[in-house]
Design a protein around this ligand. Structure first.
Ligand code: MIC
Ligand code: SF4
Length: 643
């Protein structure tokens, strides 16, 4: 039987376990990336491991999230990251060089390689034929140190693309169609592999838009083959030597095959407040809008920005809207500037924003109260824009530009505008001067530590029994943005005690103080959640800060992959109900005991939850590998690694 592309790459990198779907495997990691918001903690943890140099083929540290620099904290973090990179053999990409995923695709991504990145949109690298996976910072540190990266050996779905996209329909609409088909939950442990004749009609950046937003489906990653289009892209980046051909075998078997005819897709949007709420743009047409923003790691490639510029050329954005454009990388920005497209955008009234995450992470451009905001990024969780009452719709660059002109939600097919055809350039502008390559003599490098940089907090070994209280009960689809908000709070990422003051801020502002008080009394804190707990961002702070507040267990109907791994990494036990209806029987404030939980997990026996308030005994389940059990017993991955 032939092999899928996924199986070929994973088998070549397998170092622990066998390629048996559903079983834990450890793979060798060739490349890593970090960004500044998760990077400081990742490198503090790397330092704590006591190694001299990274052991990967390539590790890159990007600064793209916290570039606003209000106060000294961000600038201090950047300097810390720069010095750590120089010391440990890591390439440093300065603020202003662009968004990690876009820049990595342009300058470093290589077909057939494996990568982990401390950012959930690391699967962007799947567009160039890599197995590229998002993870918590600590998992990335371990990979930088040469340790295996553990995943559940995936189930592989083939998405068989046929046909060709119609004018005004783009890669963003393809991935929104995928979100309509697969939704944002229930895809844990899956890799989406794209194939079929339609693949050849999509350029590498378009493929990357699709794999990028696979993150919203909760899959492990998504991947495209490496073909002539990939070679063309790498050649245009002056990296043809990095190209290898890679496809699945003709007779490869998949867990599921889904046909998707590109020619049948129409312009789509994700309605508030989930990337999975897919609607047709034609149904929204005519709705007044307040803001249009183009950018983010999903849609800020050369083609995206030039498409918007061509649509806007010679016209003005509607006076009632705020219109912003953030090219995804310095390469895109420089090319747009030299080729005149930037001038067209400025003429149209666009606010040119820094090549960084910016608005996507709620760092700026928060819309007005109750605004309708159209954005080309990938997440529209409630409040992520910085304005709780805002209604954020995710759309393609084409819909963004045409709507910016009209001042209303507009189906670009009916706007009477000539379709802007944009060809991929034969050569991109190459200027690597905003990368700082590591020094050969690490001992000569002093690590810079400003007052914002603290030590990573440690945890106690796992207690024999959990004795405490349900400190919070939440419903389904609680995202890591709910648990650990970004935006205005982002600058505290390197200061765990301070950042912990905002745990669950959008849900219940009393959680941190109540938890700290309970912890001081010697009681354990427990969070009760519904389905798909921990969706979205890979931020390990969503486990690390609750750990700091004394959270010892999360009981949820289901937990998303990256967050589940982060909980283990910080010694928090995640459990689920044997009977899912039991969720309704427990309430916030209930006194809970889980007697001998450690022994039970060690022996593989069910955990018994005693609800002392209700006088109930319920059975809980878990799914930990032997390795994960040992990590939990040690109180987390750092303690387990340095033991
Ligand atoms: C996001 O898009 O939510 C982020 C901000 O890039 C996060 C990482 C973080 O929280 O720092 C992600 O996607 O993992
Ligand atoms: Fe940055 Fe937004 Fe992409 Fe996250 S999703 S990496 S915040 S651009």
């Amino acid at each position: 039987m032939g092999k899928s592309l996924t199986q070929k790459i994973l088998e070549e990198h397998l170092v622990v376990g066998d390629y048996v779907p559903g079983k834990e495997i450890g793979i060798k990691i060739d490349q890593t990336l970090t960004q500044d918001a998760t990077g400081t903690m990742a490198y503090l943890q790397f330092e704590a491991m006591g190694l001299d140099r990274v052991k990967t083929e390539l590790s890159v540290s990007y600064v793209d999230h916290n570039t606003i620099q209000v106060g000294f904290e961000n600038a201090d973090d950047h300097k810390y990251l720069q010095s750590v990179a120089a010391k440990f053999g890591i390439v440093y990409s300065k603020a202003g060089n662009g968004i990690c995923h876009q820049v990595h695709l342009e300058r470093f991504g290589k077909p057939g390689k494996t990568m982990v990145g401390s950012d959930s949109h690391t699967p962007t690298g799947g567009g160039i034929g890599m197995i590229s996976i998002g993870a918590g910072g600590l998992d990335v540190s371990v990979a930088m140190g040469g340790g295996p990266f553990y995943i559940i050996c995936p189930r592989v779905y083939k998405i068989n693309l046929t046909g060709r996209l119609q004018p005004w329909v783009s890669a963003k609409d393809v991935v929104m169609k995928m979100l309509e088909l697969f939704t944002t939950k229930g895809n844990v442990g899956v890799i989406m592999e794209y194939g079929g004749p339609g693949v050849a009609t999509l350029s590498v950046p378009e493929r990357a838009t699709i794999t990028n937003m696979g993150a919203e489906m909760g899959v492990t990653t998504s991947i495209f083959p490496s073909d002539e289009e990939t070679r063309k892209f790498l050649k245009a980046q002056a990296r043809e030597g990095d190209w290898i051909p890679l496809t699945a075998d003709e007779d490869a078997e998949y867990d599921k095959v889904v046909d998707l005819d590109l020619s049948t897709i129409e312009p789509l949007a994700a309605a508030p407040h989930s990337p999975g709420n897919i609607v047709k743009v034609s149904e929204m047409a005519g709705t007044n809008i307040d803001q249009v923003l183009v950018g983010s790691c999903t849609n800020s490639s050369y083609k995206d920005i030039v498409t918007v510029a061509k649509i806007m050329k010679g016209k003005k954005a509607h006076p009632d809207i705020s219109f912003g454009v953030a090219p995804g990388s310095r390469q895109v920005l420089q090319m747009a500037a030299k080729e005149g497209y930037l001038a067209d955008l400025i003429d149209s009234g666009a606010r040119i924003l820094e090549s960084a995450c910016g608005f996507c992470i709620g760092n700026h451009q928060s819309p007005k109260t109750d605004a309708i905001s159209l954005r080309t990024n990938n997440r529209n969780f409630e409040g992520r824009s910085g304005t709780k009452s805002a209604q954020v719709y995710l759309i393609s660059p084409e819909v963004a530009a045409v709507s910016a002109l009209e001042g209303t939600f507009t189906d670009p097919r009916n706007a009477g505008i000539e379709f802007p055809k944009v060809d991929m350039p034969d050569s991109f502008l190459i200027d690597d001067s905003m990368f700082i390559f590591p020094q050969d003599a690490p001992s000569s490098v002093e690590i810079y530590r400003g007052p914002n940089i603290g030590d990573p907090p440690s945890n106690d070994k796992m207690a024999d029994s959990i004795v405490g209280d349900i400190m919070l009960k939440v419903g389904d689809k609680i995202t890591t943005d709910h648990i650990m908000p970004a935006g205005a709070r982002l600058k505290y990422r390197s200061n765990v005690p301070k950042y912990s003051e905002y745990v669950f801020e959008p849900v219940d502002t009393t959680f941190p103080t109540r938890s700290m008080e309970n912890k001081r009394k010697g009681r354990h804190n427990i969070v009760l959640a519904g389905e798909s707990y921990g969706q979205g961002s890979s931020r390990e702070h969503a486990a690390l800060c609750p750990m700091y507040l004394g959270v010892k267990a999360v009981i949820a109907k289901s937990v998303e992959r990256i967050h589940a791994a982060n909980l283990v990494n910080f010694g928090i036990v995640s459990l689920s109900f044997k009977n899912v209806e039991d969720y309704d029987k427990i309430d916030q404030g209930d006194e809970i005991e889980m007697p001998d939980i450690k022994q039970k997990i060690m022996n593989g026996e069910p955990v018994i939850l005693v609800d002392k308030t209700k006088g109930l005994e319920l059975e809980l389940e878990y799914n930990f590998s032997q390795r994960q059990k040992e990590i939990l017993f040690e109180g987390g991955l750092l303690a387990y690694t340095v033991k």
